[in-house]
Design a protein around this ligand. Sequence first.
Ligand SMILES: [Zn+2]
Length: 454
Amino acid sequence: MRGSGTGGGNMIRIYTISGYEEVGKNMTAVGYSDGKKEEIVIIDVGIRLDRVLIHEDVNIQEFPTKELQRLGAIPDDSIIRNKRVVAIALTHGHLDHIGAIGKIAPHYPDVPVYGTPYTIKLAKSEVKSEKYFDVKNPMYETEFGEIVQVSENLAIEFVRSTHSIPQAAMVVVHTPDGAVVHTGDFKFDNNNPLGERPDYKRLKELGKEGVKVLIPESTRVGEPTKTPSEAVAQMLLEDFFLYEGMEADGLIATTFASHIARLQELIWIANRMGRQAVFIGRSLAKYTGIAKQLGLIKMKGSRVLRSPTAIKKVLAEVSQARENYLLIVTGHQGEPGAVLTRMANGELYDIGKRDTVVFSAGTIPNPLNRAQRYILETKLRMKGVRMIKDMHVSGHASREDHRYLIRMLNPENIVPAHGEFQMLTQYAELAEEEGYLIGRDVFVSRNGYTVEIE
Ligand SMILES: [Zn+2]
């Protein structure tokens, strides 16, 4: 595929390695060739969770690379394997963006990895438990606004955005011919309760300086709206917990372990209800632990249980005085082995008629999740558990957020990413509404292909 450009022998190549026909295992590489040599920056190295039937509490590091590739769970990076990679940049800490770091980074030994502090600390925790490789790549925590020269021709920059995990960034690769902007996952949240705001000022500046290529995520571009703020999710939760919830007996909330803003809201709510927030599960301990280190969450009024002994002991106490606790657990997608799934199976805790389960998460729309969630809900219903679903807002930009981004950046070319084929084409339709044309300056690519921009 070839795009428009200014000529002169220089070329930007967008290697659409993975995440271009699915939601998951995201990996893109940006190459810049000055006629003599090509230098490449990798952006994200994700894992596709539904291909390994795992949930947030399972260690991916225990799977060998070959097995993961056979399952289609991690990217096939063969199209850049023998090229000159100068940096790996991570947009944010979700596993579909960093989960394969321990498997892919060793293909590029000594190449430094960059990301914001929360992202890098999470990436380090992935690497630390890696069983098959000794990952030697240096990892650098990068601040928003810092511009890091990574080779003769290329520099990278992290621009603050907002998403369902702290310190999410858009990655800018500065080339002599203009910027390449990769959005990572984002929404435009102007009222996030933790105070994070997108850096519109910098985005508009980049638009003025000249954006050669925009690589946007496209997961929710089909929604003809603006994605609501996280403040809306907080209000949904308060609207239940702080009123009717005050008269409830057992209360159990389940959400994404990495959704620090949501977990903070649940702690605030528990404090206001006079209950203790109790986090149960290894992944909740991991994400909140690192967030706490960086001052991104205040855990006052809560406790975190990770060991099976502690979980067993505390849950025995909780079942004697349910009205004193708000349990926060993994398992919102019905993942096998997660805490809520085990409770529904009659393990850990005698969940039943006295309990209300609040799902502060949507169902991730793939057949496996739908099936597991259906089984979970059926089991809970059979036990007489009351369920309140969809107390959630998405972390992904909708169509009108994307339109705003296009207007701020005014990119010369667009390569939609992070989505099933249908999502990529929906993005291309939006781009056509904004004056672009498929094949001329909007390119719908597939896993393993390259878009060349002269
Ligand atoms: Zn994400």
